[in-house]
Structures are given as structure tokens and as C-alpha cells.
Design a binder for this molecule. Structure first.
Ligand SMILES: Nc1ncnc2c1ncn2[C@@H]1O[C@H](COP(=O)(O)OP(=O)(O)OP(=O)(O)O)[C@@H](O)[C@H]1O
Ligand SMILES: [Mg+2]
Length: 678
């Protein structure tokens, strides 16, 4: 038999054709009713199988046309449908003349059997059930009812689909807006570069981080902002990580801002594949950690400062201790040497030797003094002084020190810089710094001494808390190792006869005692500048008055109590005073002294007392004695001037203080002065 299959789906047509052809039938096909009608008219068809929903002409219309066609009206027709499957659809199909109504999908064998049965029944004329086609109007009514129902269903389905789609779209928009906001408001920077390193996109934060307008970086190359070359070992490691596993470790990078300054960043880079899995270059997340890095550096430098200060403190204490012990020894050496020189019992030769001993002892005394000033145990006479004045007055001498080959420049701050200072000590600071600067320039150069102001954090400016003295040279400079030792006593790179290594140690001590600090800026081969910072004071400069004692006594007619626990120093002092005509009583400790004075009836003019003694201190003993002998005056001696300072705090002031080691003339001068002979 010959079958016509009408279906708009090619697959369906093919399937049915195969079924019929497989059973030895011939099968043609058409994709809509119109096409099928034309083909059918060419004649010879035994069966028509049609779908309902088709473009151009649907199955219902097609079926009606077949049935109302004179020639084709009797061909058996099967409606095979997947869309119109309700009982009303079947009834309608039958009404317009379909012989069979089969719902898709149907088992091919069952289908084939039904089709063959229909064809044979038809040829035998046994189909009696086929209804007479109803009137045109009735058909259209039924037809449109079917159609409207289908359309309504379809409409509802479409509406539901649209609602679902709108919902998805809204969700998508919301999600996109959310990610956009996140992208734009992220504090960390995001940057997308293509595989060649050209920037494709950045978050606003990334552009702002580098000092640009949002969006301004698109199209430029990332290497314009990245410090360091791509072949740097660190960068190579990063590139390797990216290649091998698609992302990098969080690593540090330095980025260059628009203004040329640098930014420390923590970066992680990842490869983000595109929708089809292709490489869209890389995304980097960049976090600005500049503040943290700076804080860390500052902390390290503070730690270093602290370490330096602690080291100097320890060395200072050691130096101070040694100096103190030396002072007693030197007092004895100097004193006896002077006494021997004063006698006539030596020949010229021996005298000369004595002179050498005396001279050496004097040098040793100077050294010990320097050590003491380093160890901050030296008492300074702090009063308001103008740093400008100090530098100006001293500059004539400095100029001579500097020598002819070196150019000496002086730049003074336009306004006075008043600090609480000790002039002679500040002179020494200047001297030490200038001599060092000169020594660094063996072939001449420029030596500059400058005064100025700086604020607390060290930056220079008009308003400041510190007066600065800057000594700079164009000399040899220093490496880091040298700088870390320069303030240590006896550290020197100079030959033994040129430097003792006490210059900067002393300077350090003096500046410290003034509440100031020193900073060093140097580079090997590029000269050095040392800046001394001294806190400014709002006290005004006044002229100090000298104390002149009243009630002078004639020379040598006084009684002096010598109170000293060191027997050698004591007996030296006693001998010295006695040989100069004084009446002397001596005591080796405070208790003995107080006891002696209690029983002594005559006037006691002066006590020469050590400050530190075992048991009761010199100060306390003198206080006791003053109660018994209010007329007495007090001259303290000590290796530590600082202790003399302490004695001033207790509420009464001794008439004098003499620092060990002293020479004979020092001591006699002091006594005379206090007793009013001088
Ligand atoms: N302006 C400078 N340029 C280069 N090196 C310097 C400068 N100032 C100090 N130094 C180095 O610091 C060391 C210590 O200096 P310091 O003044 O304490 O001792 P010194 O000059 O060697 O001896 P002294 O000052 O006791 O005669 C010097 O030996 C030198 O190496
Ligand atoms: Mg020096």
C-alpha cells in the first residue's frame, strides 16, 4: 500500500516512514496539510496519517478538506497527535472525518497493525462508522472552540513562562548590581590584565590606590605601575605558581603611584577562565599595606635605638665606675707629685721626672673627666644659652682647627635658639664634631656648621621643639658597621696618636645630659652629617651672679675638719692643709667626725668632707655638725659631681664643691675662696 505521512517534524515523518517501509509499504511525506493535499491529488494513496498542529494548514483543516474532496474523500485517515489528546479532541476528529485517533507516542507495531486493519476494512467497505461531515458552520464552531481552548492553555503556559523568566531576570539584575557594588566599593583593589599584561578592567579602589581616576588605567600596561623587572627571581617564582596551579601565594609587591611615590601591597593573582574555558588573562587582588609596613619599619628602628641606648647605658656605667676609682688614685698621685715638686730636696734630674709624672697624671685626669661626662655622671651648669651665640663665639677657633685646605661655612638660624645648656660643654661638643669632620677630609673639602630648629619627630621646620646644630663634611663617610660603634668609648678608626675614641662618647654623654639626641647621616665616600638636637627652653638668658662669702678670715688662721674614709686621700689633704698653715682635725668616718666636733670647743671654720662614706653620709654628718657649730662652712669633694648636685637638694647648700682628682692649688684656692682669703 501507499501511505502519505503529514507532520511538521522531520523526525516524526522519518520514524513513521521507516515503520511502513519496514513492513514493505511505500511511504511519502509532507510537512503540512497544503503540501499533502497537492501530493494526494496525484493519486494512488491508500492511507493518510496526519499530525494536528502544523504550520500553513493544520491537521483538522486538512482532514476536513480531504473528506470534502470528491476524489480523496474515501481515503482512510488517521490522526496521530501529541498535542490534542483529550476526549473532546478525539470526538471532534471523528466528527470531521478521521477514521482513527491515535495518541503519540504509539508502539510502531501496534500503530502498523491498526493502520493495516483500517486499510483492509476500508477496501472491504466495512467502515460504516465514518460520520457524514457536519455542516460548515457547526464545524467551524467546534473547530474554534478547540482552538480557543488550546490558545488559552498555550497563553497560560506562556504567561507562566514569562513570569518565571521575569523573576529570573530580576534576580540576575539584582545579583549583577550586587557584584558591581561589591566590585566598586571594595577597599582592596582588583585588576584584570590580559595574557600580555594589558589592563582590561580595574575596581575603582585600585585606580584610586594608585592616585588615578576610576577607569583611567584601562588599556595601560601593568608593568608601568609595578616596581622591579619581570625577570626578578621573586617574580619568576610567582609566574611559575600561576602556570602550574592557576593562582599564586599572597606575596608582597611594590607599586608606583601617579605621583611617583611607592605603595607596599599584598597581592594574590588568579587565572579566571572565560565562559568557554578560554583564558581571560589574570585577576589580581591588591591590598595596600603601606601603613603597616611603615609602622613595622618604625618599630624596628625604635628597637634599634633602644638597643643602642641600652648598650650605651651599660658601657657608661662601666666607664663611670672605672673613672671614679681612678679619681681617688689620681688625687693621690697628683697631690704628692705637687707636694714633692714644692720641696727643695731634689736635684734637677729628679725634678724633671717628677714633672713628667705630674704631667702624665694631669692627662690621665682629663681622660677620666671625659669618661665621666660620657657616663652622664658629670654635673653641668645648665643655664639658658643661645645656641647661635655658642656656635658664633666658637667659630673663630673652629676655623683655625679646620685648616686652609678645607672651606669652612657657617649658617646660623635667623632667630636666637635658647636652650638650657652648659656653654663649655657645648663648646666641647662642637669641637669634637668639627675635629672629626676635619679628620674625615684628608684632601680638603667643605665643612659646614649650621644651626636650625626641628620639631619632635625630627623633621626640620620653622616651628620646633628642638634647636639643632648640624656639622657636615664632604669626607670619607662611614659604613653601617662603623656607625653602630661610633658612640662607644675608645672606638676609633684612627691611629693611636691621633684618636682615643672618646670624642663622640663624650659628645653623646653631654648631649644626653642636656636632654637631647644626636642623629647621624652618612654614606661611605659621600661625607657625613651629624645633627645635635637640644630641647629649646622658654626661659630667658640672665647674667649669673657669683657668690661671694662674707666674714673673711685671715689666711691660714682657720680650723678645718677633714672627713674622708680613704686614708691616702685623707692624709694627703691633711698634710697639704697643715703645710699651708691651717689647723686640721681629721676623721675617717662620719660618726667619728660628729663625736669629735661635739667635744671640740673652738670655732670650726670649714669641713672638707667626702660625700660618700660608709654608714652616715657626708651630707648627714655635716648637717649634724652644723647644729653644734653653726659657724662652719662646708666644702664637699667627690669623684661624682652628680652627688654634689644631690647634696643641694636636701635643703641646704654647701659653700663649695671640688671634684677629685684635684691639684694642690685647686684645693687651696677653693679653701681660700670659701674662707674669704682669696
Ligand atoms: N665626620 C666623620 N666622618 C667619618 N668618620 C667619622 C666621623 N666622625 C666620627 N667618625 C668615626 O667615628 C670614630 C669615633 O669617633 P670619635 O670622635 O669618638 O673618636 P676619634 O675621633 O677616633 O678619637 P678622639 O675624638 O677621641 O680623638 C672615628 O674614629 C671615625 O672612624
Ligand atoms: Mg674625634
Amino acid at each position: 500500500m501507499k501511505v502519505m505521512i503529514v507532520d511538521d517534524s522531520q523526525e516524526n515523518r522519518y520514524l513513521l516512514q521507516s515503520v511502513f517501509r519496514g513492513a514493505g509499504h511505500s511511504a511519502d511525506s509532507a510537512s503540512n496539510g497544503q503540501e499533502a493535499l497537492t501530493a494526494l491529488r496525484s493519486g494512488g494513496y491508500d492511507l493518510v496519517v496526519t499530525d494536528i498542529l502544523m504550520p500553513v494548514m493544520d491537521g483538522f483543516e486538512f482532514c476536513r478538506r480531504v473528506r470534502t474532496d470528491e476524489k480523496l474523500g474515501s481515503i482512510p485517515l488517521i490522526i496521530y497527535t501529541a498535542t490534542y489528546t483529550g476526549p473532546q479532541d478525539e470526538a471532534f476528529s471523528r466528527e470531521i472525518g478521521a477514521d482513527l485517533f491515535i495518541v503519540k507516542p504509539c508502539d510502531p507495531l501496534v500503530f502498523l497493525e491498526s493502520a493495516q486493519k483500517l486499510v483492509s476494512e476500508s477496501s472491504e467497505g466495512t467502515i460504516t462508522t465514518r460520520p457524514i461531515p457536519t455542516g460548515e458552520q457547526e464545524v467551524y464552531k467546534l473547530y474554534s472552540q478547540r482552538l480557543v481552548r488550546k490558545l488559552e492553555e498555550k497563553n497560560l503556559r506562556l504567561e507562566a513562562e514569562i513570569a518565571a523568566r521575569t523573576k529570573t531576570e530580576e534576580a540576575l539584575q539584582r545579583s549583577e548590581a550586587k557584584y558591581k557594588r561589591l566590585f566598586e566599593n571594595m577597599r582592596d583593589g582588583l585588576v584584570n590584565t590580559d595574557t600580555g599584561g594589558v589592563i582590561q578592567d580595574t575596581s575603582d579602589s585600585f585606580a584610586i590606590m594608585l592616585g588615578f581616576e576610576p577607569g583611567a588605567l584601562k588599556g595601560s600596561h601593568i608593568h608601568m605601575y609595578l616596581q622591579g623587572a619581570p625577570e626578578d627571581p621573586e617574580r619568576t617564582v610567582i609566574a611559575k605558581q600561576l602556570r602550574s596551579r592557576g593562582f599564586t601565594d599572597v606575596h608582597r609587591a611594590e607599586l608606583r603611584r601617579k605621583d611617583g611615590s611607592f605603595l607596599h601591597a599584598e597581592v594574590r593573582t588568579v587565572i579566571v577562565p572565560g565562559e568557554q574555558g578560554e583564558s581571560e588573562g589574570v585577576w589580581s587582588i591588591v591590598r595596600d599595606v603601606t601603613d603597616a609596613v611603615n609602622a613595622e619599619e618604625k618599630r624596628k628602628s625604635l628597637e634599634l635605638d633602644l638597643y643602642q641606648a641600652q648598650k650605651m647605658e651599660t658601657v657608661g656605667r662601666l666607664a663611670g665606675g672605672i673613672a671614679h676609682d681612678f679619681n681617688n688614685l689620681l688625687t693621690v698621685i697628683l697631690g704628692y707629685a705637687e707636694m714633692l715638686i714644692g720641696t727643695n730636696t731634689f736635684d734637677d734630674h729628679s725634678r724633671e721626672h717628677l714633672g713628667l709624672i705630674h704631667h702624665a697624671a694631669l692627662k690621665a685626669r682629663d681622660l677620666t673627666r671625659n669618661l665621666l661626662s660620657f657616663s652622664r655622671r658629670k654635673l653641668f651648669n645648665l643655664s639658658p644659652v643661645d645656641v647661635n651665640e655658642v656656635v658664633k663665639d666658637f667659630s673663630r677657633l673652629l676655623e683655625r682647627i679646620v685648616g686652609e685646605e678645607t672651606e669652612f661655612r657657617l649658617a646660623l638660624n635667623p632667630t636666637p635658639l635658647v636652650v638650657l645648656g652648659d656653654r663649655s660643654q657645648l663648646d666641647q661638643v662642637l669641637m669634637n664634631l668639627v675635629v672629626n669632620a676635619r679628620d674625615s677630609m684628608t684632601k680638603g673639602g667643605v665643612l659646614t656648621v649650621e644651626t636650625g630648629v626641628a620639631n619632635r619627630n625630627g623633621s626640620t621646620g620653622l616651628e620646633g621643639d628642638y634647636a639643632t646644630i648640624k656639622v657636615s663634611d664632604t669626607g670619607c663617610g662611614m659604613d653601617e658597621e662603623t656607625v653602630s660603634h661610633i658612640f662607644e668609648p675608645f672606638f676609633s678608626t684612627k691611629s693611636r696618636d691621633k684618636g682615643t675614641g672618646l670624642g663622640l662618647a663624650t659628645t653623646y654623654g653631654i648631649v644626653n645630659q642636656h636632654g637631647g639626641s644626636i642623629s647621624v647621616n652618612t654614606k661611605p665616600g659621600h661625607g657625613t652629617s651629624m645633627v645635635v638636637f637640644l630641647p629649646v627652653t622658654n626661659q630667658t638668658i640672665s647674667l649669673s651672679e657669683g657668690d661671694t662669702p662674707e666674714g673673711a678670715l685671715p689666711d691660714g688662721s682657720a680650723t678645718i675638719l677633714v672627713m674622708e674614709d680613704d686614708p691616702v686621700v685623707r692624709s694627703l689633704s691633711v698634710q697639704l692643709l697643715r703645710s699651708n698653715g691651717y689647723d686640721v682635725i681629721e676623721a675617717s668616718d662620719s660618726h667619728e667626725a660628729v663625736a669629735m666636733c661635739a667635744s671640740y670647743e673652738g670655732p670650726l671654720h670649714l669641713i672638707l668632707s667626702d660625700l660618700v662614706m660608709p654608714g652616715m653620709s657626708g651630707i648627714e654628718a655635716c648637717e649634724e655638725i652644723r647644729k653644734l657649730h653653726p659657724e662652719t662652712r662646708v666644702l664637699f669633694m667627690s669623684g661624682y659631681e652628680e652627688e654634689a648636685n644631690a647634696s643641694r637638694i636636701v635643703g641646704w647648700k654647701p659653700e663649695g664643691f671640688i671634684q677629685k682628682p684635684f691639684t694642690i692649688s685647686n684645693l687651696l684656692d677653693k679653701c681660700r675662696q670659701i674662707l674669704g682669703h682669696g
